[in-house]
Design a protein around this ligand. Structure first.
Ligand SMILES: Cc1cc2nc3c(=O)[nH]c(=O)nc-3n(C[C@H](O)[C@H](O)[C@H](O)COP(=O)(O)OP(=O)(O)OC[C@H]3O[C@@H](n4cnc5c(N)ncnc54)[C@H](O)[C@@H]3O)c2cc1C
Length: 360
């Protein structure tokens, strides 16, 4: 007899969405989250694409309106223009609808949905390992028919159970800048953020700003690149600098076993071209929750989870990995970046953001 039908490790977007959809299907669900308060501290650019854009990017995902039904109170600022800025200051504008949110409140909203669906949420509980169907915490062991690893890029669950690990992780840091910003989402490329980009994402008040880089292409420390970006862009940040790793090599090769799943960052469910992972964590979390509940209720093999998320999102995610690999060849120096951006142009940049092949 197990303590719970399903234990989800991690209370981020992947874990909460998995928990919500499993609980909705009538099984008992426990979420274990090591943070004291869900969503804090915020380590994110806080950008979400509009649902209309998600439908274009992931045409095989159904019921997006229901999945991404976010209350207006969680929308900090709506915008529809990305500005891609080359090292010289030359830029290309790309229409793309989206919004910034307050990620701490956003994560708590998803967690609350899971709780309302019937899941139990325990915070301040760190999982140190998983052995078979037992989840080991600092307070003891708990058993479940299905264990879900939704515990981020360095997943303890994935490591314990021998799932492949994320490769090619990019560190990224962020903070909140003060001031008034026009409704334009800036992405800065070149030696300011080798192999990735620096961003300014306006919010209702101020802006979320940050830098990510490729450790293979960058010299020096990320924090110095961040300080340099703030200085050059004239940004005043008063919040603590926080950051973590972004899986940048696409989904891992195996995400399900007989009695466990991994989802979200833990599974490499991230758009490699821009590091965005919240929407995919939610899409794959919904699939994971439903599959885990079906397994508990009628023994449906968990590999159906893997088949289903691959059917819905693998193609665009792999296109993004290929595009990123190609782009990386030109992102080592500012001169090459400048040249490559001129060749690519705004129309193809729009394709890149929407995870479409850039060259036919
Ligand atoms: C600087 C930065 C900026 C980003 N900006 C954006 C953006 O603008 N838009 C976007 O879509 N994506 C962005 N991302 C990516 C996005 O944050 C992730 O893809 C997303 O959070 C993935 O959700 P998740 O639930 O899989 O993982 P997480 O949000 O990382 O959640 C995992 C949870 O598991 C918990 N946990 C971890 N280990 C344990 C353990 N052992 N025991 C218990 N709990 C544990 C963690 O505390 C955490 O709450 C950004 C990432 C970074 C680093």
């Amino acid at each position: 007899m197990s303590d719970y039908d399903i234990i989800v490790v991690g209370g981020g977007p992947a874990g909460s969405t998995t928990a919500e959809h499993a609980a909705r299907n009538g099984v008992s669900v426990l979420v274990l989250e090591r943070r004291e308060i869900i969503g804090e501290p915020v380590m994110c650019g806080e950008f979400m694409p509009d649902t209309s854009e998600m439908k274009v990017t992931f045409p095989k995902v159904s019921d997006m309106d229901e999945l991404f039904d976010v209350p207006e109170s969680l929308i900090s600022r709506r915008m529809d223009l990305f500005r891609m800025i080359a090292p010289s200051g030359r830029y290309w504008d790309v229409r793309f609808a989206g919004y910034t949110t307050d990620r701490d409140r956003f994560d708590r909203f998803l967690s609350e949905k899971a709780r309302k669906a019937g899941a139990e949420i325990r915070t301040s509980v760190r999982v140190t390992g998983v052995e078979g169907n037992e989840v080991i915490t600092e307070e003891g062991r708990l058993s479940a028919k299905v264990v879900v690893g939704a515990d981020g890029p360095l997943s303890t669950v994935a490591r314990s159970l021998g799932f492949p690990r994320n490769k090619d992780m990019y560190p990224a840091v962020t903070g909140q800048a003060e001031g008034d910003f026009p409704p334009v989402m800036e992405m800065h490329f070149g030696s300011i953020a080798p192999g990735a980009y620096a961003w300014v994402l306006p919010k209702g008040h101020g802006a979320n700003v940050g830098v990510g880089f490729s450790p293979k292409l960058a010299d020096g420390r990320l924090i110095d690149h961040y300080a340099n970006f703030l200085k050059r862009r004239g940004l005043t940040v008063t919040t603590r600098t926080v950051g973590k790793l972004v899986p940048s090599n696409g989904p891992i090769a195996r995400t399900a076993s007989e009695s466990a799943l991994v989802v979200g960052d833990a599974a490499g469910h991230v758009m490699a071209v821009n590091g965005g992972g919240i929407p995919i964590a939610m899409i794959c979390g919904r699939i994971a929750g439903r599959a885990a509940a079906s397994h508990v209720r009628d023994g449906t093999p968990l590999k159906e989870y893997e088949q289903e998320w691959r059917r819905q999102v693998a193609k665009p995610l792999h296109t993004a990995v290929n595009t990123k690999r190609m782009a990386t060849m030109f992102m080592g120096t500012s001169r090459r970046t400048e040249w490559a951006m001129g060749v690519v142009g705004a129309r193809r940049m729009g394709k890149m953001i929407r995870l479409r092949p850039v060259f036919p």
